[in-house]
Design a protein around this ligand. Structure first.
Ligand code: ADP
Ligand code: ZN
Ligand code: ZN
Length: 723
């Protein structure tokens, strides 16, 4: 008698679902995590309902036995439905989506302890520069040998040598210790009456335990976090899990502190900086239902929550919720679908809702909850534009006199200043004054960006970098390289020049690359050890510094170039967001915006505070162009290291494009980033009606065109980047 069959979605994107035999004595059900044989290898997979994942029929005699089943809880049905939906909507292999739910070995084996390593504080007898570097970078961190080696930027051997020398020791870590339970009654705030009304609607929705999407639209500092914490409290009281998604991990740290103040202990954090032991522990607790509140970036969305009662997407307008590699999904949109499958409310919190979100409110699909004023005495900042043509900075400088004056007055009062420029490094372009040579990335259509702090030229697309040369590589002249345009490092130089006795900090992903660094920055700001922050978009969100009263936007026009569909909207959101950092305490705030286009609609909207007029005009323009949310796009990018092969496939796709009334295909054309990470890129853009099932047509179309093995075709449904 052959045993029963199981259909398994194996974790290999190149394969479809496969059938296996369940050996005697093994019990599996849909969702079970299993190990299956594949040729000579073994692969992980998840048992699936056969009618939901068609596969090729295989005779009983050819079935192989499953190897093992994990003791972890099965992947719950709502998550299985989400995997199917995501794969279908974003034209991704279901296995690639499933892999995001199983991104840890915790799903498979269960050692109760792991051996980690940490510094002992003793100095090894034989000190080398590598050992010194390693010990310095490791500090008080703990992890596997490999993890420490990565942190330290040295080989595993160096770490092992330090263990032998007694400078690093082994420690045994329990991986399955329980997390503390947040207490909904720990420190509830006194809500204002406005806040209280919104909170009670959210509490009710959590109690109703049904799908309900909310747009929580409140100006910066209105208490959105405080209010959605009440919904979290309701979920806690009901014993249900909550997921809070943040746009980037840098925001996790301040969130943890704040959460702890309200609920008595930190929530479970999920992000890419976790050690293996932490990841294991978190995954297990999430899957068992023991982790009641999880906060994380995008990747926390696909975890196997046992019993989700609430989802919150904070800063929900952020474009960093859009994943641009692997499965190209938008975490905000997928989060709403997860709410639907899990039957729970979802709160999208933002001060500047995206046009797509506003449209859902108009259509009656999202309920809008408003918090129009800042909490307590805090007022919204006063915003002015500085016309860079009328009031230019001095030669070779980037800060206009009025901004410098504003900074001086603010610093004089003992208050803090934030200068915002969304550009890392010293200068975006370096060229030779003598021959005009420009430094370009060998792998990308992009200029190399000078970083003076590290003395290197770096490509911000692929990471390629080289020491900044002394000689021009073209004409060999010495000291002829000039920096063109400013990055944050250059602005910081100018600030130090202007205010030599003030303390300046640069805040970018180069300086704030870990949660610990972020915590350190917050501490120094709160202790007023920093007077002036020069930062990228990393400092525009989440932080609450009551003594920060002046925000200067160094180049408000930066985001407007490039002809991106959402350029104006994004500029508006970003500047509103950074403005939100000014005057959050009792002292009023001021925002000075440097621009060459003070009469552009977006600048006028920022200065007058009339966001509604701006959104109305933007929405109209989108409607006229049938752009999202009224129409839809999908980008098809054909890439290869072999340019001719990529072009050939792109042409073939272009020739075989379906001819339909509901859909237009533009291209192929070389992508604006014609080369990226050594691959040549061609793009086709599909523009369709909103209601049209564009995925289905694209699937059939792409399946019908033969593939060259050297060519990769990626589809980006609802693209945010048009590069
Ligand atoms: P948002 O998330 O809308 O920017 P926050 O929730 O961060 O606003 O609130 C801004 C500041 O006001 C925070 O320091 C917060 O603790 C404080 N705050 C807001 N509402 C209250 C309240 N009801 N009681 C005490 N403090 C509050
Ligand atoms: Zn030269
Ligand atoms: Zn590059």
């Amino acid at each position: 008698m052959p045993g029963p069959r199981a259909r398994v979605l194996v974790l290999n994107s190149a394969l479809g679902p496969l059938d296996y035999r369940v050996p005697q004595g093994m019990h599996v059900e849909p969702g079970s995590i299993v190990v299956c044989p594949l040729g000579p290898r073994q692969l992980a997979g998840v048992v699936w309902e056969p009618d939901r994942l068609p596969a090729e029929e295989v005779g009983d005699n050819r079935l192989r036995n499953l190897v093992a089943v994990s003791d972890a809880p099965p992947i719950p049905a709502p998550l299985r439905r989400l995997v199917e939906w995501t794969a279908d909507y974003y034209l991704a292999p279901p296995a690639a989506v499933l892999a995001m739910a199983l991104r840890t070995s915790a799903a498979f084996e269960g050692p109760p302890t792991i051996v980690e390593y940490r510094a002992t504080g003793s100095v090894p007898e034989r000190m080398t520069t590598q050992r010194e570097q390693a010990l310095e970078r490791i500090g008080d961190r703990q992890g596997l040998v490999r993890e420490l080696a990565t942190i330290a930027g040295v080989s595993d051997g160096v770490i092992r040598g330090l263990v032998k020398a007694g400078a690093i020791e082994a420690v045994t870590v329990e991986t399955d210790t329980p997390y503390p339970r947040p207490d909904p009654q720990f420190a509830p705030p006194d809500l204002s009456s406005e806040q209280s009304d919104v909170a009670s609607i959210l509490r009710q929705a959590v109690g109703a335990a049904d799908f309900q999407p909310f747009l929580l639209d409140g100006v910066t500092g209105s208490g959105k976090t405080e209010v959605y914490f009440e919904a979290v409290a309701a979920a806690l009281a009901a014993g249900k899990q909550t997921l809070v998604l943040l746009p980037e991990i840098a925001l996790t740290e301040p969130f943890l502190t704040r959460f702890e103040r309200r609920f008595g202990c930190a929530p479970v954090a999920w992000h890419s900086d976790l050690r293996q032991s932490q990841r294991r522990r978190a995954w297990r607790a999430i899957a068992s239902g023991e982790a009641l509140v999880t906060v994380g970036a995008r990747s926390a969305l696909f975890l196997p929550y046992a019993d989700l009662g609430l989802i919150v997407v904070d800063e929900a307008h952020e474009t960093s919720f859009k994943q641009e590699d692997g499965v190209h999904y938008h975490a905000r949109d997928v989060a709403v679908m997860r709410g639907l499958f899990e039957k729970c409310p979802i709160v999208l919190a933002t001060a500047t809702p995206a046009i797509e979100m506003r449209r859902q409110v108009e259509l009656g699909r999202y309920e809008e909850l408003k918090l129009p004023g800042r909490y307590g005495a805090a007022e919204l900042p006063h915003i002015e534009a500085i016309d860079l043509i009328e009031e230019p900075p001095e030669r070779g400088r980037w800060l206009a006199p009025r901004l410098v004056k504003g900074m001086a007055a603010t610093l004089e009062r003992g208050e803090q200043v934030l200068l915002f420029l969304n550009r890392r490094g010293y200068a975006p372009l370096t060229l030779c004054r003598h021959c005009g040579h420009r430094f370009q990335c060998p792998n990308c259509t992009a200029w190399m960006v000078e970083h003076r702090l590290t003395g290197r030229l770096a490509c911000h697309h692929c990471g390629h970098n080289t020491p900044t040369p002394k000689l021009c590589p073209e004409c060999k002249s010495e000291d002829t390289l000039v920096a063109c345009g400013p990055g944050v490092e250059r602005i910081a130089d100018e600030v130090r020049d202007l205010f030599p006795d003030k303390r300046t900090a640069i805040v970018t992903s180069d300086t704030l690359w870990s949660p610990a660094k972020a915590a350190e920055f917050v501490r120094r700001m709160e202790a007023r050890e920093i007077d002036i922050v020069v930062g990228t978009q990393l400092v525009t969100k989440g932080y609450h510094f009551p003594n920060l009263t002046l925000v200067g936007v160094v180049d408000a026009d930066l985001g407007l170039d490039g002809g991106d569909l959402r350029a104006s909207e994004r500029t508006f959101q970003q500047i509103m967001q950074v403005s939100g950092r000014a005057g959050r305490g009792e002292k009023p705030g001021t925002v000075l915006i440097q621009t060459h286009q003070p009469s552009a609609q977006v600048m006028r909207a920022l200065v007058t505070g009339d966001g509604e007029a701006f959104y109305a005009a933007e929405t109209e323009a989108r409607r006229e162009a049938s752009a999202p949310p009224f129409g839809r796009y999908a980008a098809i990018v054909v890439s290869s290291e072999d340019r001719a092969a990529a072009e050939e496939t792109a042409r073939m796709l272009g020739r075989s494009a379906p001819q339909l009334d509901e859909m237009m295909v533009f291209g192929p054309a070389p992508a604006p980033l014609a080369m990226l990470r050594g691959r040549h890129r061609f793009r086709l853009l599909v523009h369709a009606k909103r209601t049209f099932d564009v995925q289905d047509v694209i699937r059939t179309w792409l399946d019908g065109v033969g593939r060259n093995a050297k060519v990769r075709v990626t589809v980006d449904v609802d693209p945010y980047s048009f590069l």
